[in-house]
Design a binder for this molecule. Structure first.
Ligand SMILES: Cc1cc2nc3c(=O)[nH]c(=O)nc-3n(C[C@H](O)[C@H](O)[C@H](O)COP(=O)(O)OP(=O)(O)OC[C@H]3O[C@@H](n4cnc5c(N)ncnc54)[C@H](O)[C@@H]3O)c2cc1C
Length: 590
């Protein structure tokens, strides 16, 4: 390994001092030890590769911890004046290291961690940027309410970062994506201006409805990954919760550090008036057909297919994961339904009857005490994970190098499997665990009550200590996403647009990057807000083209897409053609 000193970029001292005056000495640091902890993101393999390559650009120049919206406003004003780029950071799972080699400010929101209010009458809750799903559930369930779901990235995720990113839940079938549950956001723009969305923007009116006067600005912030500003407060819808005030405990009680890997501590029953039904099917088609039929029937609050993913979430160690992959312990073609007795206690029994009818129609078998009871037992972590997810990080027993997401009708799962299989045969897998979705179902979540739209996922699990394995991740992901765009599949549904896809794949939209660039100029005129994460400016595009252009062009060639340059020429050609036509028309005598 090359011997090279990694030197982080530094802010000029007067700029650092200006930030320090806002929050006080205690809440700002440029100590190298602290900066390092903000430079390796838990599921972004690229940040580990940067370490192997001795690349300092994942290190922020300085980390600041504001305590309020007003402090963020002041920070933004200074950042804007001195043109200091910044990135918002909550848990630091992904996409929150600096985007350029410029000295960058990392704004960690961890001091803003309160659930501010629960409004029982209007069924809403207002939270600060660092309040998480777990806190919200604990408070809301006391009054028989909850927000409707929790992501697999664990219940410690913040609703603010999820609003700026994905926000998909295991119970999105009934409640939809987080984006459909947001009533209002408070956002500080890079100029220091504050934008509020929803009914609360009308003077004297409360936050109870997601629309205010004029266009719906939430769309600008949804999936924006911090490029349009920092979300400091979120008001979300709440729904009826019938699961009781306390989460059930496993019969074995609580583990200690030495025993926490023992499965018995992971086997709590589901909350009151909730039940999970697990089914397996003989093949992909029957799984997909049953999936659609169940969604159409209207039963269940959650409907998902997990296939080999169960080997990660439900295996307490990496050895167990590998053993179960090898032995094909979990069914290849499966789905599970989360049923809740909301209208009455009898609702669950009724839903079970509907599910049994549908399963019989498609050759499905329920896992039960009499059929694969060991598998059903091993699936016990899901009993609570659908409402307060904790086992997501088991995907990281090794590490996580990225994933590929396709959205669409349930059949999108089969198409996704074919592409993933090709991707792994072209570029090689990092470990056998990458094969989730190849000979078994991809992870599929119903994110709409009738499964009109579903999200499917496949992932790569390299060892972060092995740079050669980490290097494989990028081409696998690029191929998967490029094939998605080439096939004209629907967008993945969170509202995310992420570079280098936004600019290098102008087929999206088409030319959606032009619109994003315009938005960027309005919401972040100084270009300092996670610059280039959602869309590159023309200058950024030129710089990245030098660095990544050849790799991206060869990927486009591989999936039989036009190169970027050709696409632009065709567009110009089209415009010239139109001008010629209109010129000829006008010059013809009547
Ligand atoms: C095992 C695993 C499973 C996952 N499964 C799911 C899933 O089921 N559903 C799902 O939705 N996601 C999933 N994810 C992705 C994850 O939920 C998102 O990365 C989530 O937003 C991370 O939360 P965080 O608090 O760590 O945010 P961070 O990683 O800190 O930030 C994520 C992004 O949001 C920006 N950001 C953070 N805070 C703010 C703010 N206040 N204002 C504006 N921008 C901000 C950051 O700059 C960054 O771009 C999964 C991740 C893991 C690790």
């Amino acid at each position: 390994m090359e011997k090279k000193r990694i030197v982080p970029a530094k802010l000029p001292i007067d700029v650092y001092k200006a930030f320090e005056r806002i929050v006080g000495k205690e809440w700002i640091s440029q100590d190298r030890l602290i900066l390092e902890t903000y430079s390796k993101l838990s599921i972004e393999g690229r940040t580990y590769l940067q370490k192997h390559m001795k690349d300092p650009s994942s290190l922020p120049a300085c980390v600041i911890l504001p305590g309020s919206t007003e402090e963020i406003q002041k920070i933004m004003r200074v950042a804007n004046e001195y043109k200091v780029p910044y990135v918002p950071f909550t848990n630091g799972q992904m996409l929150c290291t600096p985007t350029t080699p410029e000295p960058t400010l990392c704004i960690h929101l961890s001091r803003m961690n309160r659930v501010l209010s629960i409004d029982e009458e209007n069924m809403t809750a207002t939270l600060e940027a660092y309040a998480d799903y777990g806190q919200l559930l604990a408070d809301a369930s006391k009054v028989g309410l909850w927000n409707g779901g929790t992501p697999l990235s664990t219940t410690l995720c913040k609703l603010s970062s999820q609003a700026a990113f994905a926000g998909i839940w295991q119970t999105s079938k009934k409640y939809g994506l987080l984006g459909r549950n947001i009533i209002s956001l408070t956002v500080v723009l890079s100029t220091g201006e504050i934008v509020k969305t929803g009914s609360g923007t009308i003077e004297g009116v409360k936050d109870f409805w997601e629309y205010g006067p004029g266009p719906d600005l939430f769309g600008i912030f949804r999936g924006s990954l911090g490029t349009s500003g920092i979300i400091t407060e979120v008001t979300v819808k709440l729904h009826t919760w019938v699961g009781g005030k306390d989460m059930p405990e496993p019969e074995a009680g609580r583990p200690c550090i030495r025993t926490y890997m023992e499965p018995k501590y992971d086997s709590a029953p589901p909350p009151e008036r909730h039940k999970l039904f697990w089914m397996e099917f003989p093949d992909y088609d029957s799984e997909i057909n049953a999936f659609r039929e169940i969604a159409h029937s209207g039963v269940g609050i959650g409907l998902n297919a997990t296939g080999v993913y169960n080997t990660y979430y439900c295996s307490q160690t990496q050895e167990m994961t590998l053993e179960r992959v090898k032995n094909k312990f979990f069914p290849a073609w499966n789905l599970y339904v989360i049923s809740a007795g909301i209208t009455s206690e009898k609702q669950i029994a009724y839903e079970e009857e509907v599910l049994r009818d549908i399963a019989a129609q498609y050759g499905g078998t329920f896992l039960s005490k009499n059929y694969k009871s060991d598998v059903l037992e091993a699936l016990a972590p899901w009993n609570l994970d659908f409402v307060r997810h904790v086992t997501g990080y088991r995907m990281n027993h090794h590490n996580y190098g990225g994933g590929v997401f396709y959205g669409g009708k349930p059949e999108i799962a089969k198409h996704h499997s074919r592409v993933w299989k090709n991707a792994l045969s072209l570029f090689g897998e990092t470990y056998v665990t990458d094969r989730g979705g190849v000979d078994n179902t991809v992870f599929m979540y119903a994110v709409d009550p009738a499964a009109r739209f579903n999200l499917t996922e496949t992932d790569i699990y390299p060892d972060a200590m092995d740079p050669e394995k980490l290097k494989k991740c990028m081409p696998i992901m690029l191929y998967g996403m490029a094939k998605n765009i080439a096939a004209k599949n629907p967008p993945i549904g969170f509202g995310i647009s992420l570079e280098p896809f936004t600019s290098f794949f102008p087929e999206q939209g088409p030319d959606a990057y032009l619109l994003y660039r315009k938005f960027r100029k309005i919401f972040d005129p100084g270009g300092i807000s996670s610059p280039g994460r959602q869309v590159y400016s023309e200058e950024e595009y030129d710089r990245i083209k030098e660095l990544m252009g050849p790799q991206l062009e060869s990927m486009k060639k591989l999936v039989r897409m036009n190169p970027v340059a050709a696409k632009i020429l065709m567009k110009v050609g089209g415009i010239v053609g139109k001008i010629k036509k209109s010129f000829t028309k006008e010059s013809q005598p009547n």
